[in-house]
Design a protein around this ligand. Structure first.
Ligand SMILES: [Fe+2]
Length: 137
């Protein structure tokens, strides 16, 4: 099985009008490399709606599963201050190939298990308390 893995597409920063989009380039390379599936390991964009559109475009262009685990940017609510990160996280779970929904079997001996870890405060700066992090949703 050939698996393509990529992260940090940041299409809202890297897509430039008049040029090949990041998702077009990723899809073309996946087809050229004859991958059986892709795994996008977070940070497609700063807006979950745009992230969903890009993931669906990649699946459509390649005709292959485009597995996904959200990154911190995918659940940011900077463009939608009335929505919190949980809203974005749950909206992204409507994407069938979102790995936070369930493990994905690759065959009899392998599965892919993923979830976002941004809110694991054990990796956070000791300059903040757990309560400080809780208020940073
Ligand atoms: Fe990133």
């Amino acid at each position: 099985m050939r698996i393509g893995i990529i992260s940090d597409l940041h299409v809202d920063k890297n897509n430039i009008d008049g040029q090949t989009s990041v998702q077009e380039a990723v899809s073309r390379i996946a087809l050229e490399q004859e991958t059986d599936l892709l795994i996008v390991a977070g940070d497609v964009s700063n807006d979950y709606r745009y992230t969903l559109d890009v993931l669906q475009e990649i699946e459509h262009r390649t005709g292959k599963p485009c597995l996904f685990v959200p990154g911190n940017h995918d659940i940011w609510n900077i463009g939608h201050p009335l929505e919190n990160a949980w809203h974005a996280y749950e909206a992204l779970q409507r994407y069938d190939s979102n790995l936070t929904n369930a493990p994905y079997p690759l065959g009899p001996d392998w599965i892919v298990i993923c979830d976002i870890g941004w809110y694991d405060y054990s990796f956070g700066s000791p300059a903040f308390t757990v309560d400080d992090y809780g208020r940073m949703e």
